[in-house]
Write a protein that binds this ligand. Structure first.
Ligand code: FE2
Length: 297
């Protein structure tokens, strides 16, 4: 074997391993934890909005949170090797450790209409688990959900799309407004404004696409926001090429907010990597994620 053959063999082996790993990674599940605390007020405009990355759990932060949720997003049921059984196990485990106030789904049940049956089966299993444990199950629509009608009713969760409710903490009795915005899909995109709320309690917004935050005025930004949509990039490339080229219409990831916890313009934001695979059945350096989210008001 001469030098060139050795190099070619090594390169081929690396490419093969890379492809193999891309198929394997979607089977993993990161069951992590994020603790969100109120961020200082910030009146930066959408064009120059301040973005500060925060750790999932900050050192020295009060661990006793007012609200405790299990948040998962982007099941894309056509190719979601993380089974609903594993999500139910995560919910059960989290609830036994400390009662949950809600389980929340961040949208994109399936990628296309053809995946609806699988999607309903998945979310119905999560819904049954929530009913059994007496935990409310809420959700919002994602950009792919425009292809399927009546998802919340058929999937067994309460829709937060363009509506709100007052949530009382099971642990501390504190109150917060839980609200959500619907996603109108990529084709005929409408960015909804924040719902007008009379209540003075802190607001927890659930919205599929985190870019929604860029369409609010500084004074209407919520205190907290939980989102999905970005899949953590799904296939990570150097220099965030996946966002610059494939997802160049998504603004926040191109400004640096891709996954995890951030202070974005005074809103404490959590962006989930989601569970399934959209369009391509691969992931690379973006392990599927289900998260116990604690919120301190
Ligand atoms: Fe998605």
């Amino acid at each position: 074997m001469d030098k060139i053959d050795v190099v070619l063999t090594a390169v081929s082996a690396i490419i093969l391993l890379y492809i193999l790993w891309c198929f394997i990674e979607p089977f993993f599940l990161d069951q992590d934890k994020a603790i969100l605390e109120k961020s200082p007020a910030d009146d930066s405009s959408a064009d120059s909005i301040s973005i500060k990355k925060l750790p999932m759990v900050q050192n020295g932060l009060k661990k006793d949170t007012d609200f405790r949720f299990v948040f998962f997003s982007d099941t894309h049921a056509e190719w979601c090797p993380v089974s609903s059984k594993r999500i139910c196990e995560s919910i059960r485990k989290a609830h036994v450790a400390e009662p949950l106030d809600a389980v929340i789904f961040g949208g994109d049940m399936c990628s296309y209409k053809q995946g609806a049956v699988k999607g309903f089966k998945y979310l119905n299993a999560v819904s049954s688990c929530c009913k059994e444990l007496n935990i409310p199950f809420y959700g919002v629509s994602g950009n792919h959900d425009v292809y399927v009608s009546n998802i919340p009713e058929k999937a067994g969760f309460t829709s937060l799309d363009n509506t709100h409710l007052t949530l009382t903490s099971r642990k501390t009795g504190s109150k917060a407004v839980l609200t959500g915005l619907s996603d109108t899909g990529r084709k005929n995109r409408v960015w909804h404004k924040m719902p007008e709320l009379e209540e003075n309690e802190p607001v927890i917004l659930i919205v599929h696409d985190p870019d929604a935050l860029l369409h609010f005025t500084p004074s209407t930004r919520p205190e907290f926001m939980l989102s999905g949509h970005l899949h953590g990039g799904q296939m990570k490339f150097p220099f965030r090429i996946e966002f610059c080229v494939l997802r160049r219409h998504d603004k926040l990831p191109n400004m640096g907010a891709v996954q995890g916890v951030y202070n974005i313009g005074g809103t404490t934001v959590f962006i989930s990597r989601g569970l399934g695979c959209g369009v391509m059945p691969f992931r690379f350096l973006s392990v599927p994620e289900v998260t116990v989210v604690g919120i301190t008001l």
